[in-house]
Design a protein around this ligand. Sequence first.
Ligand code: MG
Ligand code: MG
Length: 252
Amino acid sequence: MIILKSKDEIEKMRVSNRMVAEILQELKAAVRPGITTLELDRLAEKKIRQRGAIPAFKGYRGFPASICTSINEEVVHGIPSAKRKLRSGDLLSIDLGVLYDGYYGDSAITVGVGKIDPEGERLLRVTEEALRVGIAQVKEGNFLSDVSHAIQQYVEEHGYNVVRVFVGHGIGTSLHEEPQVPNFGPPGRGPKLRPGMVLAIEPMVNIGSSEVEVLEDQWTVVTVDRKRSAHFEHTVALTENGAEILTCLDSC
Ligand code: MG
Ligand code: MG
């Protein structure tokens, strides 16, 4: 069942999601060659708790950290580690969720560490733009899969592939609610979009094949061909006034 949010609930989600957006920006500013992903995780947890919020991922199905840090061929769900030092040229995805005042916020960015190569730059641009074209389909009367289709089409037009086995999701008083939001599929399917829906839309885009596998740590998702992947996510509310990106700070 898709849970529609009231105006008051969306107001609460503005708060939790803005927090996520702010902390992601602060983490982005801390990304540099030599820092470990565990240091970033500690920083994230500190910033989350300073705001009186709870890290949504910590303990979620046993996940051991506050953020997911996924580098290069890692797609999502990478576990922060003291052994993992960032190097110039890495592509780092940071996924962050918080729970504040009963409502979840969720967003992810992928950033280049130091100086990255042109293909890495292009992958980041295409993935972020795919998220933008998906969000542009969040309109009353559209179908959910119009979002999915727009993302897939944009990504494939640019020669990359979307991951299929992980998808976006509804979000509210639970981190993952219905509906699932795939990044692929034909248009015109699934539920119609209605004011009150809040969706976490999160394309995962691979340079090579869309196939992924999970490493022995039972969490880290990597591309089967070990080519690089990027991930961007926004939480978006559909209101009477149209789509509102709740995890956008100034411009998205
Ligand atoms: Mg996320
Ligand atoms: Mg999510």
